[in-house]
Design a protein around this ligand. Structure first.
Ligand code: ATP
Ligand code: MG
Length: 380
């Protein structure tokens, strides 16, 4: 492991931001505080280059300002298909970045480029300052990747899969046994250790895949649809794990089609037809003018026979969009459309009572508004 990689890894594992280390000459002092960081410093000291490095600040200044993942106009073409088109964003250390978009929009392709598995056709990708196209060896030790397609060995048991992945990452003997046991405890997979991976249910397969992707203690973890097809309790438990990792300084990059998961992310990016349409904090995105067009309001209408109610209101004058959410409808209306008018129209369809209240847009509303806007040819 090179010096820059060792320092970067150690800092990535600490709870500090890289900016903390760049400030002032107290770098060495601060680094001493953390066991993991001390390890990296010892490597540096052994190579006799630490004083020089600290004097010049070369290593620290080569690192990005707290961005663990960076894309600049990242592009991938497969023949005539442009799968990823000039995508740019940054993900801060320790944050949970949710990457959303319809099927085939380019999410997995972005991940595969950032993991150094696919060469970008154009643009740049960096992990902890390392170029994904040219510094793949450094990147491999920093990242974990839980792919969308299953990467476990079906004919091996849970235990054997864990041991196999451990060895693949160079762990041996007591170190391997310790890490294996940590991962078993973390994912609570002990009851299934002797079961063949092929025979696990979807949720347990996902947990095993996650355990395998964590074997080498990565600083950045890519999870491509980790919760697809698993039950709500397993989803929540998996997210609890992600929050735990994030609190320890790990940077997480998660793709999902679930809006409730997107709401849990510190930042989200939305990609549509290979272009990044928007990127930001969920609450900020909900205040975008495109989601709240001037002269409109949003209402939640809860009533019996909600699907009948939907048919009754969706084509009324002043109703711009109408969508069912469980027992209620979410309506985007012209400001002048009155509640009395809606109640009267619902009554005509045999729905005499409706509970109507104003609501803020959801993330789903944000993505629907942005997608519709692009389909109408207004996207940039
Ligand atoms: N190796 C490849 N060769 C040719 N085309 C590819 C290849 N990999 C991906 N594509 C195409 O690139 C586009 C983006 O695919 P990608 O798998 O990144 O989408 P995605 O957003 O992950 O979709 P999903 O939500 O279904 O997983 C698609 O049109 C896909 O068919
Ligand atoms: Mg995908």
């Amino acid at each position: 492991m090179g010096l820059q990689e060792a320092l970067c890894r150690a800092i990535a594992h600490s709870r500090f931001q890289i900016g903390d280390f760049k400030r002032g000459l107290r770098v060495r002092e601060r680094l001493r505080l953390r066991g993991a960081v001390v390890g990296a410093l010892l490597t540096a000291e052994k190579s006799n280059c630490l004083p020089k490095l600290l004097k010049t600040g070369l290593v620290l200044h080569a690192m990005p300002a707290d961005a663990m993942i960076e894309c600049e106009k990242l592009t991938k073409r497969f023949g005539h298909v442009v799968a990823v088109d000039h995508v740019s964003f940054k993900v801060k250390k320790g944050s949970i970045f949710g990457f959303l978009g319809p099927n085939g929009s380019g999410k997995s392709t972005v991940i595969r480029m950032l993991c150094g598995l696919l060469e970008p056709s154009d643009g740049l990708g960096r992990i902890a300052g390392f170029d994904v196209a040219t510094q793949t060896d450094a990147i491999k030790s920093l990242i974990g990747y839980m792919s969308q397609k299953f990467s476990l060995y079906d004919e091996l048991t849970v235990y054997e899969n864990l041991m196999f992945y451990g060895r693949l990452y160079g762990l041996r003997g007591a170190t391997l046994a310790k890490r294996r046991d940590e991962l078993i405890a973390l994912t609570h997979i002990e009851p299934y250790l002797e079961r063949r991976a092929a025979l696990l249910s979807g949720g347990w397969r996902q947990r095993l895949a996650m355990a395998c992707s964590l074997v080498h203690k990565p600083s950045v973890l890519f999870l491509d649809e980790p919760t697809a097809g698993i039950d709500p309790v397993a989803r929540r438990e998996l997210w609890d794990l992600l929050f735990e990792f994030s609190s320890l300084g790990m940077t997480l990059f998660v793709t999902t089609h679930y809006m409730d998961e997107a709401e849990r992310c510190s930042h989200v990016g939305y990609i549509h037809m290979s272009k990044l349409v928007v990127c930001g904090v969920p609450d900020d995105l909900k205040t975008m003018p495109i989601v709240n067009p001037p002269g409109t309001k949003r209402l939640d209408v809860t009533c019996d026979h909600v699907t009948v109610g939907l048919q009754a209101v969706r084509h009324l004058p002043g109703v711009r969009t109408a969508t069912v959410f469980g027992q209620s409808m979410h309506l985007l209306l012209d400001e002048g459309t009155s509640e009395e008018f809606l109640r009267a129209e619902l009554a005509k369809s045999g729905i005499p009572h409706a509970d109507i209240r104003p609501i803020a847009p959801s993330l789903e509303d944000v993505f629907v508004a942005l997608t519709t806007n692009r389909k109408n040819g207004n996207g940039q």
